[in-house]
Design a protein around this ligand. Structure first.
Ligand code: NAP
Length: 280
C-alpha cells in the first residue's frame, strides 16, 4: 500500500519507521522543512519525501501527523491534491475538534490517536516499535465509511498496538484525565519546585532528585507546543479535570492542616488500589 505521512516528527517518523518494515508498503513523506525531508529519505525512513503536498496524490492512505494547530490549514491545502478514494486519518491528541474540522471536508476520514510518545519531538526523536502494546484509539462517526475504518484499523493493528474505538467526545473526556491533566499537574509540580526561594535548598533538591521525581516530572517536561495545544483544543474537559484535581488538593491540604493522618492513610490506600485500574 502507498502510505503518506504528513509531518515527519516524533509520531509521523515513528509510524513511517514501523510501516517501512513491511515490503508491501511504499512510504511517502511530506514535512515543513527541506532538511527533515532529506534526512527521512537518507535514513530510509520514507521512500520519497517533499515539502510539496502534491506528493500525496499517489498515496492510498494519508496519516496527518502535524501539530494540532497546523491540522486545519494542512487539510485545506492537502485536499485538492488527494485522489477521491484516498483514506485520510490523523494522530492528533484531541479528537472532537479535529473530527469536526476534517469529516465535513473529506468523507473518507477516520480520526485516530496513538497513546504513545516521549518527551522529545522532531524526526530525530522518531523510533521503531513506539506503538507496540500501546493503546491506539479510532474515533469513527456515523458518516465514516466502514471500508475506510477497516483499512485504518488493519494498518494500525499491524503496529502491534491495542486498538480501541469510541466517540470523539468520549475520547477527549477520557484523555483529559489520563493524559492532559497529568501534563498540567506535572508541569505545575516542576514550577512549584522551581519557586523555592532559597538557592542552596533549590540546588540541594536538584541534586537529590531521583527516580520519584523523574517519574512524576516526565510529562511536564515534554513538548511545550503539544501541551499548549492539548489545553487549547480540549479546554472544557481539561478545565473540569483540573477543577476536580484542585478540589482533591484542597482536601489534602485540609487533612494535613488538621493532622488527620488516619484519613490521609485511608485515602492513600484507596489510591494505591485505584491505580491498578489505570496501569498494570
Ligand atoms: P513533532 O515531533 O513536533 O512532529 C511534528 C512534525 O510536523 C514536526 O517535526 C515538523 O517537521 C512537522 N510540521 C510542523 N508543521 C507542519 C506543517 N504545517 N506541515 C507539515 N509538517 C509540519 O510532534 P509530535 O509529537 O509528533 O506530534 C504530532 C501529532 O501527534 C500532534 O497532532 C500530536 O497531538 C499527536 N500526538 C503526539 C504524541 C506525543 O506524545 N508527542 C502522542 C500522540 C499523538 P519539520 O518542521 O521538521 O519539517
Amino acid at each position: 500500500m502507498r502510505i503518506g505521512i504528513v509531518g515527519l516528527g516524533l509520531i509521523g517518523g515513528s509510524l513511517a519507521i514501523d510501516f517501512q518494515r513491511f515490503p508491501e508498503h511504499t512510504l511517502l513523506g511530506v514535512s515543513r522543512r527541506g532538511e527533515t525531508c532529506r534526512q527521512a529519505v537518507a535514513r530510509g525512513i520514507v521512500d520519497n519525501a517533499s515539502q510539496d503536498l502534491g506528493l500525496m496524490t499517489a498515496a492510498e492512505v494519508v496519516f496527518l501527523c502535524t501539530p494540532l494547530g497546523a491540522i486545519e490549514e494542512t487539510v485545506n491545502q492537502l485536499i485538492p491534491h488527494l485522489n477521491p478514494n484516498t483514506i485520510l486519518t490523523d494522530v492528533g491528541s484531541v479528537k472532537a475538534s479535529v473530527v469536526e474540522t476534517i469529516a465535513p471536508r473529506w468523507r473518507n476520514f477516520v480520526g485516530g490517536h496513538p497513546m504513545a510518545g516521549t518527551a522529545e519531538s522532531g524526526l530525530d526523536a522518531a523510533q521503531a516499535d513506539l506503538f507496540v502494546d500501546r493503546p491506539y484509539v479510532l474515533t469513527p462517526i456515523n458518516s465514516t465509511p466502514s471500508a475506510a475504518l477497516e483499512t485504518v484499523a488493519s494498518l494500525v493493528q499491524s503496529l502491534q498496538c491495542r486498538l480501541y474505538q469510541c466517540q470523539p467526545d468520549e475520547h477527549d473526556r477520557a484523555v483529559a484525565w489520563i493524559s492532559h491533566l497529568p501534563v498540567m499537574v506535572s508541569a505545575s509540580l516542576i514550577a512549584a519546585c522551581l519557586s523555592e526561594p532559597d538557592a542552596a535548598v533549590l540546588d540541594l533538591a536538584q541534586k537529590l532528585a531521583s527516580s520519584g521525581f523523574r517519574d512524576t516530572s516526565r510529562v511536564g517536561g515534554g513538548n511545550p507546543e503539544l501541551g499548549a495545544m492539548m489545553a487549547k483544543y480540549n479546554q472544557p474537559a481539561l478545565l473540569r479535570a483540573l477543577t476536580e484535581y484542585r478540589h482533591q488538593l484542597d482536601r489534602l491540604i485540609n487533612q494535613i492542616e488538621q493532622s488527620n493522618w488516619e484519613e490521609i492513610e485511608q485515602r492513600l490506600i484507596e489510591t494505591q488500589e485505584g491505580r491498578g485500574g489505570f496501569v498494570e
